[in-house]
Design a binder for this molecule. Sequence first.
Ligand SMILES: CC(C)(COP(=O)(O)OP(=O)(O)OC[C@H]1O[C@@H](n2cnc3c(N)ncnc32)[C@H](O)[C@@H]1OP(=O)(O)O)[C@@H](O)C(=O)NCCC(=O)NCCS
Length: 136
Amino acid sequence: MLRTIRLEDFESLKAIWKKAGLNLYPHEEEKARFVAMYQLNPDLMTILEVDGKVIGCMLGAFDGRTASVHRLAVLPEYQKMGYGTMLVEDLEKKLKDRGIRKISLQVHAANQQVIEYYKKKGYKDLDYAVSFYKDL
Ligand SMILES: CC(C)(COP(=O)(O)OP(=O)(O)OC[C@H]1O[C@@H](n2cnc3c(N)ncnc32)[C@H](O)[C@@H]1OP(=O)(O)O)[C@@H](O)C(=O)NCCC(=O)NCCS
């Protein structure tokens, strides 16, 4: 069952992200980012439960210009059963229903398996832009 995330889901989500191998910020920073996203986009942040257990999640976001995917993860023992696709398609539908026509995401360059996954889902390499960052 898909449902909208609640603030109190944070600890369960963090456990999933860890088990799925995502790189996490220190606890307080991870939580602050989660709360900030929640204040902007609660309806785009989705949890997947199977038999009452939280097994996956998608933090979708829209900042007024760009829609993006963050922290998509499914517990390893539930992967390759179509749950990831369910989460991706749910977000895509919500965005389309709002008239948003483009979604973007960033994947670690070493995460080849997930890169292939997104390509199969129709996502294209952004070959005309370069990502920059600066630590503040
Ligand atoms: C990316 C991720 C969320 C995908 O979740 P998932 O639930 O395994 O995704 P799906 O089951 O929809 O698809 C995965 C594969 O299973 C296959 N599959 C889907 N339904 C299936 C079924 N019923 N039986 C067998 N295989 C199936 C899909 O075709 C796909 O195969 P492919 O990789 O060869 O294309 C998951 O791998 C994950 O949590 N990864 C670690 C975290 C991560 O890196 N997230 C991305 C950060 S942006």
